[in-house]
Design a protein around this ligand. Structure first.
Ligand SMILES: CC(C)(COP(=O)(O)OP(=O)(O)OC[C@H]1O[C@@H](n2cnc3c(N)ncnc32)[C@H](O)[C@@H]1OP(=O)(O)O)[C@@H](O)C(=O)NCCC(=O)NCCS
Length: 181
């Protein structure tokens, strides 16, 4: 079954001239050169995916800014097997969906492991390796990524979340922000 799926995906890639974005995509997303989104991923609207960034098996919300050279949600070889090589084990990679919320900024050269959930408004510092879930509106940095600080106080986060800005168009969001400043 897995082999059939692989063959099918290869055919799709050939028929679509090896373009780099598969999966379900919303509107107004921008991709830097060589940014790659695989067929198991789902991405919302108004996101930017930087140059050379690879997104695999991930759900991405709206208005995210993902820097260049990041790897998100890549599959993992089974470390319980005697060998991790697929050539020997003929195993498929382990895959747990990663989830990136809305209005998340991921700094350049970061790695987000499979299965990790990043909350709305979170910021991932440049060069981080994110191995644990990240709460809404927090900044994490480092290897492994750890919380640096909250972006805002609890009340402000509640207020921002209640506005659900990421469900709206950019012009509308700008209007709401200027009314609330
Ligand atoms: C995470 C980030 C937004 C934090 O900005 P900030 O709140 O202004 O943080 P500060 O510069 O005040 O740094 C606070 C502390 O965190 C550390 N720090 C900041 N960014 C870090 C990072 N990416 N990795 C490790 N430590 C970091 C600083 O060294 C400092 O530590 P110290 O107090 O011991 O000196 C910023 O540093 C960053 O990584 N930006 C990403 C840039 C990028 O990738 N741009 C590409 C465009 S998409």
């Amino acid at each position: 079954m897995n082999k059939l799926k692989k063959i099918f995906n290869r055919i799709v890639r050939i028929l679509t001239f090896n373009k780099n974005h598969y999966g379900k995509m919303g509107k107004k997303n921008k991709f830097g050169s060589y940014a790659f989104l695989d067929e198991y991923s789902v991405i919302g609207n108004y996101n930017y995916i930087g140059r050379n960034t690879i997104c695999s098996n991930v759900v991405i919300g709206n208005y995210c800014s993902i820097g260049p050279n990041c790897s998100i949600g890549l599959g993992e070889h089974n470390i319980k097997n005697i060998s991790t090589s697929n050539k020997i084990m003929n195993d498929s990679l382990l895959t747990k969906k990663a989830v990136i919320g809305n209005d998340v900024w991921i700094g350049c050269n970061s790695v987000v492991l499979q299965g990790v959930v990043i909350g709305d408004g979170a910021v991932i510092g440049a060069g981080s390796v994110v191995v644990h879930n990240v709460e809404d509106y927090t900044i994490v940095v480092g290897v492994p990524a750890q919380k640096l600080k909250n972006r805002f106080g609890i009340e402000k986060v509640k207020k921002i979340k209640s506005l659900e800005l990421w469900t709206k168009k950019p012009s509308e969001i700008r209007r709401i922000i200027s009314r609330n400043e």
